[in-house]
Ligand binder design. Structure first.
Ligand code: AMP
Ligand code: ZN
Length: 465
């Protein structure tokens, strides 16, 4: 069996991955809070864990992997958005969830097996909170329920911080009903327009952290294999998830491997809504940056390194992908390609803590060495295109070559005429139109060579008629 190595935040080491049950490999990734379009940073964990999902499915089998990613659809930011816009909360969350799925689909991300919404698991959260109170890890006070951090001695182990460091480093909310300023909210009271549910502590709503503990327990069990998210979630969100889950289910390990992607940055700072330095995935798509290009740029940097989005990276990715398609269109056979296994060098690269940079360089090597079928198979394996998209692209390029071959023949004839008549107006007109359509024009004594370039636009060729 192929050995996967993953960097585990919990142990701070790259370790060989051994699933608890190879027939049921389980992964949970913290998903978005749904009140607005996803910014480009939000897409990073989606693409990173999509690559891991594909690798796990390859190694253990498609039916042997369960990937869960939640939607946080109860949150004060959503309430604020609803109040500002006068729209019902459910409209906002449904609309945002669909946007998210569409935008992430454009980046080639497969949908997880389960996408639970927090509001569908309130009874399970209430039950878990009751259990934590009964076990002496939580207490009710003034309509709130708080987790008693001092009751869990390993609090802070994931991020390696002491409680004093955490108090100093985080904006810890001091409140009269808290026994310790580090205690965090499991349940809080709702009033007025705020969403709420009946509970033993009155009308209220859950805190953020409890949802992931309750939903991962329901869908994956008390112990599962991999838990992922951005490294901004390590503290407090993931520390709190661990505290809740390990105290509710003593003896279970909760997640065996913790994986955290580094941040997408803008000029050295995390891209985030609160800093205002963000643009959305939709913005980029609308500007004409194709989804596969965004994915390719993400894959070019290792997930544990910070990365910037730059226009240069996007241009380079576009040209590399264009080169792949050209090569496949000329020499590939997609039926043969689909029967191939993914390339060993690519699997090996991904097995080395998701070395996606090396994996996409293998694509370039396949391109250079001329094996178009292998190239096609691995472009699909890495999710740059799915089979259907690749077939469409390749067909488009092949059509373009047929059209361009006819134009080249015509242009060659016109060159001969022009040499006699000394009138090059028509030849220049054709060359100009071809350039506008992003076709490179090369001529020598015997022939005209026309090649579609990045941004090739066949609709512009209509002007030749
Ligand atoms: P949020 O909706 O803010 O909870 O974020 C959803 C997911 O996006 C989480 O896994 C975050 O860690 C991740 N995330 C947020 N900002 C960034 C960023 N700038 N770069 C990479 N991941 C991010
Ligand atoms: Zn979470």
């Amino acid at each position: 069996m192929t050995k996967i190595k993953l960097h585990n935040t919990k142990t701070r080491r790259k370790e060989e991955f051994t699933p608890l049950d190879p027939e049921n490999v389980r992964m949970y990734v913290c998903g978005p809070t749904v009140y607005d379009r996803a910014h480009l940073g939000n897409a990073r964990p989606v693409v990173v864990f999509d690559v891991l999902y594909r690798l796990l499915r390859h190694v253990y089998g498609k039916d042997a992997v369960t990937y869960v990613r939640n939607f946080t659809d109860v949150d004060d930011k959503i309430n604020t958005r609803a109040a500002e816009s006068g729209r019902p909360i459910g409209d906002i969350t449904n609309e945002t969830i669909q946007w998210f799925l569409d935008d992430m689909g454009s980046l080639g991300a497969l949908e997880p097996d389960q996408m639970p919404r927090a509001t569908q698991f309130i009874p399970q959260m209430v039950a878990m909170i009751e259990d934590l109170i009964a076990k002496g890890h939580a207490y009710a006070a003034e309509g709130h329920v708080l987790f008693a951090v001092e009751s869990y001695t390993e609090y802070g182990a994931l991020s390696g911080r002491s409680i004093d460091d955490m108090i100093a480093g985080a904006r810890v909310e001091v409140a009269p009903y808290k026994r310790n300023p580090m205690d965090f909210v499991l349940w809080k009271p709702s009033s007025g327009d705020q969403p709420g549910w009946d509970s033993p502590w009155g009308w209220g709503r859950p805190g953020w952290h409890i949802e992931c503990s309750a939903m991962s327990y329901e869908l994956l069990g008390a112990s599962f294999d991999i838990h992922g998210g951005g490294n901004d979630l390590m503290f407090p969100h993931h520390e709190n998830e661990i505290a809740q889950s390990c105290c509710a289910h003593p003896g279970s390990g909760f997640a065996q491997v913790w994986m955290h992607n580094e941040m997408l940055q803008v000029e050295g700072k995390k891209m985030s809504k609160s800093l205002g330095n963000f643009f959305t995935v939709r913005d980029l798509l609308d500007q004409g940056v194709p989804g596969e290009v965004i994915r390719f740029v993400f894959l070019s940097t290792h997930y544990r390194k910070p990365m910037d989005w730059t226009a240069e990276k996007s241009v380079e990715a576009q040209s590399r992908i264009h080169g792949f398609i050209e090569h496949i269109a000329q020499y590939g056979n997609l039926d043969n390609a689909s029967r191939l296994e993914p390339e060993t060098a690519i699997i090996d690269a991904l097995c080395d803590d998701l070395n996606t940079h090396a994996a996409i360089n293998c694509l370039s090597k396949l391109n250079g060495s001329g094996d178009a079928d292998k190239l096609a198979r691995n472009v699909v394996f890495l999710g740059i295109f799915d089979d259907k998209q690749l077939a469409t692209r390749v067909a488009k390029h092949r059509d373009a070559h047929i059209t361009l071959a006819a134009i080249a023949k015509d242009l060659q004839a016109k060159r001969f005429e022009a040499k006699d008549s000394k009138d090059f107006t028509e030849v220049d007109r054709i060359k100009h139109i071809l350039t506008l359509a992003n076709v490179s024009v090369r001529m020598n004594k015997d022939e005209v060579l026309l090649t579609p370039e990045v941004g090739f636009d066949p609709s512009k060729l209509g002007a030749l008629k």
